[in-house]
Design a binder for this molecule. Structure first.
Ligand code: NDP
Length: 241
């Protein structure tokens, strides 16, 4: 960790919560490394943010790409102090063989992607005291019909995070962020049309903005090193489950 400027790596920085987190951390003085598959978006954001921000095209399901990204972060920014595991996808729908590719995609990106990105960046985070922020969900603590595999990935993130918290303390603080409905394009990728239309309706009415989640992440990271906020569950005030 550098004395003054900290470096934050954010996966899924091309959209929604990830892009908002990149902006919030850059505003707090972090140098940010933006990772996502859509390079045009992250390179435009890096340019907008300035202050040494870099964009790296990387798919979290491809370990070689994450290793290459970590090498660049080490060489160009001196290593990561903060890793925000945010990349993810929410492919809801009735449980069926028709959606088996969705299930694999969610497990590979949401769960295995976060695990892989963390093991690849772990030595950088350990070098001097770091922070690991895992973006889970209310679906990491609840479950309902049609969200089973998505919930499984987020419950997986929760269990893994608690184990890591114990293993890595006090050098690395581990924080779970568990949002309810946030106004992002997350439901647009749902492959089951009826489910997509229904979920989109609740997102059309979403009151919580990604910037509000980003503010919470920035607050967590700004606490003095002796204080770890390990879990934040946050919902729109009128969200029941
Ligand atoms: P968005 O769809 O706006 O953003 C998802 C991000 O994940 C994109 O930047 C996308 O980048 C990236 N991503 C997806 N798959 C991959 C992959 N294989 N490799 C690299 N990047 C990937 O949705 P949100 O901002 O809402 O979602 C961010 C996180 O927040 C997710 O983990 C989601 O589960 C979680 N969350 C969201 C909630 C909400 O209501 N919005 C509520 C609770 C949790 P690209 O396509 O360019 O690769």
């Amino acid at each position: 960790m550098t004395d003054t400027i900290r470096t934050a790596v954010i996966t899924g920085a091309s959209s929604g919560i990830g892009a908002a987190t990149a902006k919030a951390l850059a505003a707090d003085g972090y140098r940010v490394a933006l990772l996502a598959r859509r390079y045009d978006r992250i390179s435009a954001l890096a340019e907008e943010l300035g202050n040494g921000a870099i964009a790296i095209a990387a798919d979290v399901t491809d370990r070689d790409q994450i290793v290459a990204a970590a090498d660049r972060v080490q060489d160009e920014l001196g290593g990561a102090d903060v890793l925000v595991n945010n990349a993810g996808t929410m492919l809801l729908g009735p449980f069926s063989s028709e959606r088996r590719e969705d299930y694999r995609a969610m497990v590979e990106a949401n769960l295995l992607g976060a695990i892989t990105t963390t093991e690849v960046f772990l030595d950088q985070l350990k070098a001097g005291g770091g922070d690991l922020i895992n973006i889970s969900s209310v679906a990491g603590r609840t479950a309902r019909a049609t969200n089973g595999v998505y919930a499984a990935t987020k419950w997986g993130i929760n269990g893994w995070s608690e184990s890591l918290r114990q293993e890595l303390l006090p050098d690395i603080r581990v924080t779970l962020i568990e949002p309810g409905v946030v106004d992002t394009p997350l439901p647009t990728h749902i492959t089951d049309e009826a489910t997509r239309d229904a979920v989109q309706k609740s997102y059309d009415a979403a009151t919580v903005k990604p910037e509000e989640i980003a503010e919470v992440i920035a607050f967590v990271l700004a606490r003095p090193r002796h204080l770890a906020i390990n879990e934040v569950l946050l919902r729109p005030a009128d969200q029941l489950g």
